[in-house]
Design a protein around this ligand. Structure first.
Ligand SMILES: Nc1nc2c([nH]c(=O)n2[C@H]2C[C@H](O)[C@@H](COP(=O)(O)OP(=O)(O)OP(=O)(O)O)O2)c(=O)[nH]1
Length: 329
């Protein structure tokens, strides 16, 4: 399971106890249940996902079922809970580990049992500034798919476009595609990107460009940009606005920390397994993936020899899901 409370966590005060908080993303008809924290509470007045502290002797699942019942009257079963993300945050006056789980099958109608207003909101309607600072990656995790489709070899723009259309029509990509074509010239890549954007739109799929951050200025209607590590390290702050997805490829704990400081919305971590594109190079393996994902305060996709069949394992080990080429291209 991803969500074990760390004994000591980099970036959190060593001599202050970390409070383990069970946080529930209760989903119904595509919307999530949101409450308002009492004015007098820590982070008071802000919106929150319902939940509360894990009491001694409780598992996080038990704590969540208890807290949700106490706060909203909804009934959850432990086996309906799926891991979302674990977030460590130092508020200065308090260190928290937000252990976030979702359920799609809560029973009953929610009411604010402690007088707090509750409402159902679409993930796209959640505004970072209305939640505690630690919640930003949770909101990202809820909006991102569990599969990130990356394009395979593209030798020229027309052939790449045809291949992309065929791959999209096979229906595997989920909702976001990273257009990776490092061997194309800058002009050919932009030509491909402009045409690919139309094809993705028609099919309700978002397009993320791959390469330098300023690609977003050249093709402003894309949904985001994915920086290979060599591009990410050129920046000291987030290089695109919050209107775009910002992804970063990482291979180590140091690179993960760097991507977090840049304000990445997600990272891709690998290779997890050996891949046909890198024969003879063993992956970092699932244990290393889990260890690195456990330290990350950002949604983490595993990449390298992975497909939809690995999605639930990647999530159970603390990841957002899987990224890759082979499963859809
Ligand atoms: N429930 C919840 N807590 C959050 C969120 N984001 C966030 O930073 N927190 C922080 C605020 C608090 O420091 C901590 C939750 O503690 P709490 O005081 O609400 O827990 P509790 O319900 O057990 O409260 P109590 O028994 O102490 O009154 O986690 C969130 O989305 N939901």
């Amino acid at each position: 399971m991803p969500n074990t409370v760390p004994e000591s966590v980099e970036g959190l005060s060593a001599n202050r106890k970390t409070v383990h908080v069970a946080v529930g993303v209760i989903v119904r008809d595509g919307r999530v249940l949101i409450a308002r924290r009492p004015d007098t509470a820590h982070q008071g007045g802000l919106l929150e996902f319902p939940g509360g502290k894990v009491e001694p002797g409780e598992t996080v699942q038990q704590a969540l079922c208890r807290e949700i019942a106490e706060e909203t009257g909804l009934v959850l079963t432990e086996d309906s809970l799926e891991p979302v993300i674990g977030i460590r945050h130092d508020y200065g006056d308090k260190c928290v580990f937000l252990d976030v789980w979702s359920s799609h099958s809560a029973q009953g109608e929610p009411e604010g049992k402690e007088g707090q207003p509750v409402s159902w909101l679409a993930p796209e309607a959640l505004k970072d500034e209305e939640f505690p600072a630690a919640n930003r990656p949770i909101i990202r995790a809820l909006r991102l798919p569990h599969r990130l489709a990356v394009t395979g070899t593209i030798e020229d723009a027309p052939a790449g476009l045809a291949r992309l259309g065929a791959a999209l029509d096979r229906g595997q990509p989920d909702s976001l595609v990273v257009l990776r074509a490092p061997t194309l010239s800058g002009a050919a890549y932009l030509e491909l990107a402009a045409a690919a954007l139309g094809g993705c739109r028609e099919r309700g799929v978002g397009l993320i460009l791959h390469g330098a951050a300023d690609l977003c200025r050249a093709v402003p209607d894309v949904q985001g940009v994915h920086l290979p590590w060599c591009e990410a390290q050129l920046h000291s702050e987030r290089p695109v606005s919050d209107d775009y997805w910002l992804g970063v490829s990482c291979h180590s704990a140091e690179q993960l920390r760097y991507a977090e400081r840049l304000g990445a919305d997600y990272v891709v971590l690998g290779n997890v397994l050996e891949t046909p594109s890198h024969p003879g190079q063993p992956g970092i393996g699932w244990a290393a993936f889990q260890a690195l994902a456990a330290t990350a305060n950002v949604p983490v996709y595993g990449i390298g020899g992975l497909g939809p069949e690995h999605q639930s394992r990647a999530r159970a080990l603390g990841g957002q899901g899987v990224a890759g080429i082979g499963f859809w291209w």
